[in-house]
Design a protein. Structure first.
Length: 187
């Protein structure tokens, strides 16, 4: 097992609003402004359920996206590519946990722990067409293969904004978390 120091930059929940746009579904009429998002400094994570208060909590025990993770390093690059203002933050990607210091692609299909809470990385959290509405044309393309990680929650606990420890058997270079190659086939 390897231990990596990471930083949790943000914790976000959306109690009710679900934005789906994959597979060509129309997202034009859905509010993607982020007005429904709630930032927290800590959240309770429930095994087999997700983050207390989030729209996907208690969705179903085998759901592959109890919690979603997104890379701050990727956000910084995407913000530069798209010329976004500093006022726009990664929470608008609608991911629950914004982290730095970890290559999220290395955790696809892999168990990991953050501060003692066990997760199972399941699949890539693909950017949906709504991202172009939120961030402008080219956002979905800029996030392709870097949209984040969906994970199942295996044990209860509390996640908090700030420094944290990630423990896993996966290996990655924390210094180039956003620059890791895109796997040939995303899970």
């Amino acid at each position: 097992m390897s231990r990596y120091p990471i930083e949790i930059h943000g914790l976000v929940i959306a109690p009710e609003h679900r934005v789906f746009g994959a597979s060509g579904r129309d997202v034009s009429g859905r509010d993607v402004s982020g007005a429904d998002l709630i930032s927290r400094t800590s959240v309770n994570v429930i095994a087999g359920s997700g983050i207390e208060g989030d729209r996907f909590c208690r969705h179903r025990p085998d759901y592959n996206g109890h919690v979603t993770f997104f890379s701050q390093e990727v956000w910084d690059e995407v913000r530069d590519i798209l010329g976004l203002s500093e006022a726009m933050g990664p929470e608008l990607t609608r991911r629950n946990v914004i982290v730095s210091g970890v290559d999220l692609k290395a955790l696809y299909g892999v168990p990991f722990e953050i501060d003692g809470i066990r997760f199972l990385g399941t699949i890539h959290c693909a950017p949906c067409p709504a991202m172009n509405r939120v961030f402008g044309d080219g956002a979905t393309r800029a996030l392709r293969g870097r949209g984040g990680l969906r994970a199942q929650v295996k044990t209860d606990g509390t996640l908090s904004v700030g420094p944290a420890d990630l423990v896993t058997n996966a290996s990655f270079d924390p210094e180039s978390a956003s620059a890791q190659p895109i796997p040939p086939k995303l899970p």
